[in-house]
Design a binder for this molecule. Structure first.
Ligand SMILES: C[S@@+](CC[C@H](N)C(=O)[O-])C[C@H]1O[C@@H](n2cnc3c(N)ncnc32)[C@H](O)[C@@H]1O
Length: 278
């Protein structure tokens, strides 16, 4: 990849040999004839050095089995979310609610990372329809691009606030509902990694719940509202912040969910809650 001089120049600018390599590979594989690879690599390196997330500069990023388009319209899919998908898959496989056609809903889908992964990974095991929803039309535009790569079969895309995006007849028939909602408290904004300032606010921040759990209001809305949409034995899996897990477990249990468990990420941290409709 590129000559050694350009490589060390880009490495110096971005402060990472691995990132420099990714940038150079990206520029070389996307170069149109006549375009100056070195100039383009230098331009991306400067943007990276100024704080833009690498994923947005490269325009695509892996998530589980998929390579997803990523743009500033939606959150960059994170490794901890891969673990939430893993936990949801494990629970779904152990109980297999309903038989035959699986109905899966990914609320607040962003790039489509969660729902499209479930479609890709479950397609060999079951007939499946995946609903991808988001409040943000721009995020859904991107989800549509990513969905297009998998073929349109079995994918429904809807815009709207949480459950309001779903068609009424789905009530009582969802086998797996999953979400990575916004859960960062506004009061934590100042201490955040500056990379997050490039991602949409509406993907990150949530109000405190009425009883004062920071950043918990969207998680609370989802747990309180999910049960009527689920089929008997249907699984609910939600990602959240570590300090919200206890409140979420209590709320899920008092809302009527059974077999409520904590989802632990690869670093051993509580990252979410999974439960089942009775
Ligand atoms: C943390 S991002 C998750 C994106 C993607 N699911 C992932 O895991 O990478 C939260 C998503 O929820 C969407 N969202 C925020 N508030 C919403 C609401 N009230 N109704 C529906 N979607 C909402 C945001 O637009 C954003 O795409």
């Amino acid at each position: 990849v590129a000559d050694g001089t350009l490589r060390s120049e880009v490495t110096k600018t971005v402060g990472s040999a691995q990132e420099a390599l990714w940038i150079l590979e990206h520029v070389e594989s996307h170069a149109r004839s006549g375009e100056d690879v070195a100039d383009e690599a230098r331009a991306l390196a400067s943007r990276r050095a100024a704080g833009e997330p690498l994923q947005y500069l490269l325009g695509s990023w892996p998530f589980r089995t998929l390579e997803l388009s990523v743009t500033p319209s939606a959150l960059i899919p994170r490794p901890e979310t891969e673990q939430v998908v893993e936990a949801a898959l494990r629970r779904w496989r152990s109980t297999r609610p309903g038989d035959g056609h699986a109905i899966v809903v990914d609320l607040g889908t962003g790039t489509g990372a969660i729902g499209l992964s479930l479609l890709a990974e479950l397609a060999d095991e079951t007939e499946i329809t995946v609903w991808l929803t988001d409040r943000s039309p721009d995020a859904l535009e991107l989800a549509r691009v990513n969905a297009g790569r998998l073929g349109a079969e079995g994918i429904e895309i809807r815009q709207g606030e949480w459950f309001a995006a779903l068609d009424g007849p789905l009530a009582g028939s969802v086998h797996l509902m999953i979400s990575n909602p916004p859960y960062v408290a506004e009061r934590d904004r100042a201490g955040l990694d500056p990379v997050l300032s490039h991602e949409p606010d509406e993907a990150l921040f949530s109000a405190d719940s009425a009883d004062g759990v920071p950043g918990f209001s969207d998680v609370e809305t989802l747990i309180r509202g999910a049960l009527p949409w689920l089929a008997p034995g249907g699984v609910l899996a939600i990602e959240m912040a570590e300090n919200q897990v206890e409140a979420a477990r209590g709320l899920a249990t008092s809302s009527g969910f059974v077999n409520v468990e904590t989802i632990i990420d690869l670093a051993g941290k509580p990252r979410g809650v999974v439960g089942e409709a009775p």
